[in-house]
Design a protein around this ligand. Structure first.
Ligand code: THU
Length: 130
């Protein structure tokens, strides 16, 4: 699967975004070590702090279906700047990074994207209880 394939899945997933407050749809496509892909979108709530990001939706879907090893996640958002994962999502990604270092693809308007390693985005996660 190419980066573009995964990014296209993330864009598709953004179509289900529930975003009555921000009007900013985000989609994510998470590639697991076994090749399976789980998608997610952001799901907002009137209590704004209860909003769930697209990345965490995809990760929770994958974990609840028995996957815990992830190799790549594509994040789709049509903004002026690259749609980077928030701190909470980075911490959740780090939870399942294990000894690996997943790749994080972030888009912006016009279809451009950048690629990072999770260790670049989240070099010192909280892990006291690991
Ligand atoms: N959001 C995501 O779903 N993922 C990101 O990487 C950044 C932010 C969502 C949360 C909220 O629904 C909206 O984008 C605006 O912050």
């Amino acid at each position: 699967m190419t980066d573009r394939d995964l990014l296209n899945m993330a864009r598709e997933a953004a179509q289900n975004a529930y975003v009555p407050y921000s009007h900013f749809p985000v989609g994510a496509a998470l590639e697991c070590a076994d090749g399976s892909v789980f998608t997610g979108c952001n799901v907002e709530n009137v209590a704004l702090g209860s909003t769930i990001c697209a990345e965490r939706t995809a990760i929770v879907k994958a974990v609840s279906e028995g996957r815990r090893k992830f190799v790549r996640i594509a994040i789709y958002g049509e903004g002026e700047t690259y749609c980077m994962p928030c701190g909470a999502c980075r911490q959740v990604m780090a939870e399942f990074a294990g000894s690996g270092d997943m790749e994080v693809l972030c888009t912006r308007s016009g279809g451009r994207y950048v690629s990072y390693r999770l260790s670049q985005l989240m070099p010192h996660p909280f892990e006291t209880f690991r």
